[in-house]
Design a protein around this ligand. Sequence first.
Ligand code: NDP
Length: 330
Amino acid sequence: IQEIQLKSRPEGMPTADNFVLAKGSISPIKQGEFLVKNLWMSVDPYMRGRMIDRKSYIAPFQIGKVLEGGAIGEVIESLNPAFSIGSKVSSMLGWRSHFVSDGAEITILPNTPISESHFLGVLGMPGMTAWTGLNRIAQLTAGETLFVSAASGAVGSVVAQIGKLMGARVVASVGSDEKAQYLTSLGVDAVINYKTCGDLDAALGHAAPEGIDVYFENVGGEHLSAALNHMKDHGRIAVCGMIAQYNDTAPTPGPSNLAQIIIKKLKIEGFIVFEHWDHYPQFAAQMGQWLAEGKVQAEQTIYEGLENAPDAFIGLFEGKNRGKMVVKLA
Ligand code: NDP
């Protein structure tokens, strides 16, 4: 049994030294329990927040303890009739090769033709985040202009695609030309490479000359500032994430143009996807249909081996992924 533990709390950008691959232990299964071998695990930007010792919507990770996160595994031994050998299960017990469970907070995956890894991405938490932000927070409607940042990532790539399916004009920002091409291939109307465009504010004005109705915020900082300048009157901002500041070591000043919120009578709403989980069946039915019809592309970037999970996690802050970043466990 192997697991990745938090060795020290990152200061700024996480490094490999903040993690350690350690030997874990599990006891033989008892009546009502089963043993799971993890096949896939997720790395997500929110895990950076859990590495800080502070009060938030989710408890911090502890030094010297195994990390946690979304994972997909297979039952390989069972003394629980509800979890038979061979069942594929989803859990929050990632960052480890195996675990024993009595079934609490473990979900059996439905049989679908697509790879079970997509339950960590387009059919899982990130896909549900995209759908929730557009439908339940921003209430995007056909004909509107949608701007999405971190648009080639797990959440952003689904936001862009659902945005097109909902009939919006979609403007996206990404950190490389190769990612920009990928978004164009998905039918996105205008793409900005925020690293090479020079003045993001001007580039956004050029990409959305008619103004923005909905901004799906994943990045914060300069992106938020530029978006505020180009929002239409009564525009909506669904605040999903602010990855540009997750590694900051000191508080950064907010945008200097917050008065745009008043001038344009904007509605800005943050959300946490887990509070909307009662709508997961509705989302999954819709997304399952879109995937089956080929209307949504399920992109992922795969790192192999538990020992490479820290690199995959750090890679999120370096833009190493296109679509969902996942780790395939040996
Ligand atoms: P992604 O798959 O989008 O991976 C992160 C991407 O962010 C990178 O590929 C990189 O792409 C971009 N990025 C990294 N650093 C910066 C930076 N400094 N400035 C601009 N872009 C940057 O991750 P997710 O899709 O999982 O998450 C996207 C956002 O959604 C995050 O902010 C996350 O915290 C948030 N989130 C919120 C949830 C909620 O419930 N509110 C649930 C899930 C996610 P590039 O090459 O384009 O720079």
